[in-house]
Structure formats: C-alpha cells, structure tokens
Ligand binder design. Sequence first.
Ligand code: HAM
Length: 420
Amino acid sequence: MSKIIQAIRGMNDILPDEAELWMYTEETVRRLFASYGYGNIRMPIVEETRLFNRSIGEVTDIVEKEMYTFPDRNGDSVTLRPEGTAGCVRAVLEHNLLYDGPKKLYYEGPMFRYERPQKGRYRQFHQFGAEALGFAGPDIDAEQIIMLGRLWKTLGLTDVELQINSIGDNEARARHRAALVQYFEAHHDRLDEDARRRLHSNPLRTLDTKNPAMQDLVENAPKLAEYLNDEAKAHFEGLQALLTAAGIPFRVNSRLVRGFDYYNRTVFEWVTTKLGAQGTIAGGGRYDGLVEQLGGKPQSACGFAFGTERLVLLLKEQGVTSPAKQPDAYLVHAGEGATAHAIRLAEGMRDAGLSVLMHGGASSFKSQMKKADASGARFAVIIGDDEAVVGDLSLKPLREGGEQQRLSLPAAIDRIREYH
Ligand code: HAM
C-alpha cells in the first residue's frame, strides 16, 4: 500500500465545516468594500519576478528568502505572488485604469511566502486587499482604516488594536537612514549577523529586530519622527484628527515599520494579542512612489491587506459563527417510480427559490426520516408509491407541531414559505 499523498507543508485544505465561516466572512467583506466604492479586480497568481523585486524591494525578507520563484518552461523567471499590491498597480498601469481619475480597487485570493509555518502563518495564505489610487489627502487613509474598523464590528470582532505611524517621505527617510547607519556603525560590536549584513543596504529593517539582545540598542536609535518634513507631519496630524473625529481609538507606534520598500508616510496595522506570535490581522499604508517606480506617471496611493486565515482564526477564537443555513425541506423517498417523481418535485421547489436536500441512495423511511431531522430542515417532504401515483406529496413539519398533510406541489410551496 502506498502512503497517501499529503498537501504541501504550510498549504491547507479548507474543509466544508470551516468553509462556511470563510464564505460568510468573504461575503461580508465583499459587500462592505463595495459599499465604500471599491471595485473588484482579479490579477494572475503568477507574475514576472522583476515586478516584485522592483516594488517590494531587493533587500526585504520577502524578496531575499520567501518568494516561490522558478524559471518557467521558457526559462523566464516567474514568481507566485507574495502579495497583491504590486500586481494590482501593474494591472492598473497596463490597462490605463487611471485615465479618468482616481480608482478604488479590491482583490482577494491566495498569496505565497516561503515562511516557517506556524499558527496563523502559512506558505499559501489568502488575503483581501484594497488599493486607492490617485487620492493624496489623509482622508483616504482614514477612510480605509474606518472601513476596517467597521468590518471588525460587522463580524463581531473585539480585541483588535490599531497602531499607526508615519515613515515620512523619501528625503526624511534618507536623512534618518544616514543617521541610523552612523549610529549602528558606532555600535558595530553589538549588531547581530542580520543587522551587520543590512547595515548599509537596509538599516531600517533592523529597527524591527526580534533579537532581545539588541532591544535597548534599537530603543535608543535615532527616531524617524524627528526627521519628518512639514508636509508629512501635517499629513500624519490630519490622519490622527480624522480618526479621533470618527471615534476610532489608535496608538502611535513610532517603531512600526513594514516589510516592504514601497511605503511612505502613513503605515498602519491592526493587531490582536489573541493569536500568539502572529497577531497582525491587517497591515497597510501609503505608497505614493510605487506607480512611478513601475513606469507610470506619479500618483498618490494608499492600501492595505488582511489575512483571511488569521481573521477566521480570530473569529473562531471569539466564538463567532456563520449564521446557520438550514435547508427548507429534506426530501424522503422510496418505492417504484418515487425517485423520478421526487426529483421533479425537488426541482419544482428549487424553481420557487426553496432550498431542498434530497436523500441520496436507498434506505428505509425510518433512517431517511432520521437524516431529515439531523439536517436541520424545517420540513420533510415524503414521497412513497401513493404520492408518486397521485402526483402529490406528504409534508411533515419537523420543527413545529402540526400534522403531516397530503398536498399538491404549489400548496406545499405556500405552506413552506409561510414558515419563513
Ligand atoms: P502584509 O502585512 O505583508 O501586507 O500582509 C497583510 C496581512 O496578510 C498580514 O497582516 C497577515 O494578516 C496576512 N499574512 C501575511 N503573511 C502571512 C502568512 N504567511 N500566513 C498567513 N497570513 C499572512 C501586504 O501584503 C501589503 N500588500 C498590504 C498593502 C496593500 N499595503 C498597501 N496595499
């Protein structure tokens, strides 16, 4: 006997029981995003590798060690998308979507990162992402954050904290970076291997180190906030004022940096303490330079993404369930000619918009009735030889009192609808 082939490490099946909560979550998100004016966009899962190198940045964890990159059969380097922003901006430029003004877009689907799998962290995971292109003011940053706040509320999620920061514009970051390099050089003996390697290529990333031995070094490093220019400061203050006015609590976390090079000014994360180490549910920010970097005319931009696995895990943790979807009727049938009649009746009920579960396979009336009860259906529709000959049905209420009745199909449909 050969061993059963299993799914690849870090890549999960989502089984029917759990898929209910996924679908409920996904539908809620789609409806909410649409109500804020976001249109749906669907990009390919595979893109040219250089798209990610150029947008996410060569010296980031993702590009350096987490991408699924391989030559296709033609020898061209392609990559399974590790995130959606790069592909979304590529599509916007390729199809000139900004020709008639700003656009709000959202996408959903699988992303791939070769990370060490653990609870809340997978190699294939799913994101919902939203990107607003062509909006310059902090109002759109605020609106995206407010939209996420509403999503948590709609889903019944509590215990998520909003952290925000401003990482300024290029010029401020360049000056801060120079100061950081100087500071880290002065403490070279205390840097770990990663920090030394990144000393000149990406010293900012070291601020995000998890190494306990370097915490106080990082704590005392030059702060980006001290280097922000007036415009970036005003933008950040504007955002805070709007969030306060909207009643959204937040914490300014001056250590918040994100793992992509494309960000500027606003960055934010929604974090929970309920998922262990992988507590970031959603993250995003401004990326005003990316459109130009990918070959377009300069355009302001702001966006975010959240991980669906993490969101669903958190919902389960907090006891949120999808609203139960019980069938209207369970169709029980046995006898000569009963099956063909039963299929006809079931289709007739479905034409009328009812949900009908039809018993599959042959078994006794008694065991079929047990299944009907277990299905949660409100009614059992019973078809035996008699009903098949006459062309009607017997309707038995399962959740309320009441007698079993012999009815025509239209009368049964009316009776079931009355119950809604
Ligand atoms: P990100 O912070 O890398 O941002 O990912 C967003 C969310 O995806 C995370 O907060 C987390 O919930 C989820 N996530 C990330 N990696 C994993 C993983 N290995 N397993 C499970 N969930 C994961 C972005 O991807 C940016 N593109 C967001 C953005 C859009 N910024 C601007 N626009």
